[in-house]
Design a protein around this ligand. Structure first.
Ligand SMILES: [Zn+2]
Length: 710
């Protein structure tokens, strides 16, 4: 799926930029300290990281990618099973311990997708790309369709509704145009596609067509495939419209793993299933529909990149959507490779990427998965030399991500008791090839990420990744996680600190979920030489090794507390500016966030003293470090409330969740904020109190770690 866009500026970035280039190479002992390590152990860690980095090979990643990219890898097809077998064989050959836990998930399978323009003239629309001679097994590329669309046969007049978001419908209403009983034509962009289906459903539309406008990812942006990476006239963006903002994973088993014996609800009751037929088309096929529309001229913001007059309808264009989509239980199966920790084997750092794809999936997500496997390749060589991490590292290849984060969600639900107790962090990679660096995660990891980018070299430049990140005077910004990839269950359901940091190419949106997300596009346009892939392995691998080996986890919750205070201030602003907003008192939250910040700062000082004393191997020092580590792991967990968010109890995190209308992008303080904006006084007060409870718990934990050690 894709990345969130909400970002926070790192105040530290500029100050630190000046010393970012110190150190000869990632290899070699360096004087610079590493957060969470004593001076002596930092030296060992540098050597470990140098050995790890030396084992990461762009060439090997390329070989793996070529092997996986020559066949489509859609869920529950022979192609994805073959990809799994190749992955398992490779990881075993690297010397790793591999298992493949499986689940049976309720999901859709397209039988026949048919879209016909019936007025003003008859035209059958293409529902698949034409393909090129270098694309093997093109017959296995699935027809363009939206996973979890219901089957249906609907006909009627078309209304064009821009991105299909609430503001767009308000603009239509101002023009006197209703979509009730109409088929809504919308363009991709601005939000997760499931939101578009839901917004149309709520307004009484009987069907939805989603097309890719060239202004968003086609010729307006640059040369199109195969001459460039942007979307050609026949490129279709497939994709799930599951209501993942309600809950991801198996629609019939929210909160529990879909293994034999788990009770299943009926599909009619499943709150993450869309209810009106929805299907995607290319801009080449959308153009005749748009051209024939009558009715008012579209508002400025509705106009895309086609050389036509955009009108909103209704009138002129009519279509028939005949979607023959079967529903059945489909198998999904993850790939888990475990490197057992030497001294703290029960504690786990999980690194994951989905290995299923819509088509050939070379960018989404063979890139992320091969980068994760390469971490295993290098760590396997170190294992042979007797190097073992202190904590356990789990490498996870997730299946069924494209349909609704299926494999990762079911796995997290299955092992939630252990993960809640022992998971240190989850690092995700989804789209890991290209020249641009970006990072997103929870705030207590900001400093650690920054530090990693100062010591890891960008394979493109040989210079620290930090320089790539801040090239052209950009500030280093760590985004916050919304949803749209496999960190969702870890962070939002369990409160496991999560991050996603790596290289990518913004132009990958041009072939996103189309038949043209293939090896040719990767090698020609997105990531020649697989250098970005290797950079993603390095950054994520070194981050994981630091978390796995740290004497004291490098979690700076003082940054988290400061971020929460900012979100509360923002919400106060919203309260003042929004008519009818719930006026609950938020001052008490600010005090709690400040209190947590104070406690976290004291804890960080205490951790610093302990590390500086070098007394970590003695039994008192080791006990003190273990105690601090427990409270560091538990502070994120304290932000989880069992009750969950209003109307979507699966989402339990009180600080971050995907927005109800943005889908991918993050909503801060989600339960409280939604209630405040909707003027729901009682619910706002309830969620204010739940958030307060979480902040006070986190504060108490921090003081416990900072206090005099028993
Ligand atoms: Zn993906």
């Amino acid at each position: 799926m894709s990345r969130p866009s909400s970002r926070r500026r790192l105040g530290l970035a500029v100050a630190i930029a000046g010393c970012a280039v110190a150190g000869p190479s990632p290899a070699g002992a360096q004087e610079a300290p590493i957060a969470g390590f004593s001076a002596e152990r930092a030296e060992q860690q540098r050597a470990y990281e140098a050995a790890f980095s030396g084992g990461v090979s762009a060439e090997n990643i390329g070989q793996t990618s070529r092997r996986l990219s020559d066949r489509p890898q859609l869920i529950a097809t022979p192609g994805v099973r073959r990809a799994q077998q190749i992955s398992v064989d490779r990881l075993r050959a690297y010397g790793l311990d591999v298992s493949t836990p499986g689940y049976s998930v309720y999901a859709s399978r397209p039988e026949d997708i048919s879209v016909t323009m019936t007025a003003p003239y008859r035209r059958e629309l293409a529902t698949k790309e034409r393909g090129f001679e270098w694309q093997e097994r093109f017959d296995e590329v699935v027809e363009g369709y939206n996973a979890y669309s219901p089957a249906g046969d609907v006909s009627g007049e078309v209304v064009y509704a821009n991105y299909g978001l609430p503001d767009d419908y308000a603009a239509l209403e101002a023009l006197g145009v209703s979509v009730e009983d109409k088929i809504v034509l919308v363009r991709y962009g601005g939000s997760f596609r499931g939101v578009k289906a839901q917004q149309a459903e709520r307004r009484g539309a009987k069907g939805v067509i989603i097309y890719s406008d060239p202004a968003d990812d086609g010729f307006t942006r640059g040369p199109v495939y195969p001459d460039g990476p942007w979307r050609p006239a026949d490129g279709i963006q497939r994709g799930s419209i599951q209501y993942i903002f309600n809950y991801p994973g198996d629609p019939l088993t929210p909160g529990t793993p879909s293994v034999p014996g788990t009770p299943r609800q009926s599909p009619e009751d499943a709150k993450n299933l869309p209810r009106i037929p929805t299907t995607p088309i290319s801009w080449g096929e959308a153009q005749p529909l748009l051209e024939s529309l009558s009715g008012p001229d579209a508002p400025e913001s509705f106009r895309g990149g086609l050389p036509i007059t955009y009108r909103v309808g209704p009138g002129g264009t009519e279509v028939r959507l005949d979607l023959d989509i079967a529903y059945e239980q489909l198998p999904v199966s993850n790939v888990l490779a475990t490197i057992r920790g030497a001294t703290k084997p029960e504690e786990k750092v999980v690194i994951g990427a989905h290995y299923d794809g819509w088509t050939y999936g070379t960018s989404d997500n063979t890139s992320g998965w091969t980068a994760v496997m390469e971490i295993g390749h290098s760590l396997g060589k170190l294992l042979e030399r007797g190097w073992r991490p202190e904590r356990t590292i789990v490498l996870a290849g997730w299946d069924g991500e494209e349909y609704g984060l299926l494999g990762s969600t079911e796995w997290v639900e299955q092992f939630q008791a252990d993960l809640r107790e022992n998971a240190v962090a989850y690092a995700n990679l989804d789209g890991a090839g290209g020249p641009e660096f970006s990072a997103a995660g929870v705030p207590q990891l900001d400093d650690a990420l920054l530090e990693v980018t100062q010591s890891v070299r960008d394979p493109h430049t040989g210079r620290p990744v930090f320089e790539t990140w801040t090239a052209g005077g950009k500030e280093a910004e760590v985004g916050r996680l919304g949803s749209g990839s496999d960190y969702t269950a870890f962070l939002d359901h369990l409160g496991v600190p999560s991050l996603e940091a790596g290289f990518s190419n913004g132009a990958s949106s041009g072939t996103y979920h189309s038949a043209y997300d293939d090896l040719f596009n990767m090698e020609e346009h997105l990531d020649p030489g697989f250098l970005g892939h290797a950079g993603s392995s390095l950054v994520t691998g070194v981050t994981a090794l630091r978390l796995a080996n740290a004497d004291i986890l490098p979690f700076h919750y003082s940054d988290y507390a400061a971020a929460v205070a900012t979100y509360v201030e923002e919400l106060k602003q919203v309260q003042q500016e929004t008519e009818g907003a719930a006026q609950v008192d938020l001052e008490i939250l600010l005090e709690a966030a400040q209190g947590w910040g104070k406690a976290a700062t004291a804890l960080e000082a205490r951790a610093g003293e302990l590390l500086a004393s070098g007394d970590l191997d003695g039994s008192a020092g080791a006990r003190a470090a273990a105690r601090i580590n427990r409270v560091l792991m538990r502070q994120e967990r304290a932000l989880i409330q069992r009750k969950g968010l209003p109307l979507r109890p699966w989402f339990r995190h009180q600080v971050y969740a995907p927005g109800l209308v943005t889908g991918y992008a993050v909503q801060f303080l989600p339960g409280l904020r939604d209630a405040v904006e909707q003027g729901e006084e009682a619910i706002a007060a309830e969620y204010r109190d739940l958030l307060l409870d979480s902040l006070l718990k986190a504060q108490r934990l921090a003081w416990r770690g900072a206090g005099p050690q028993a």
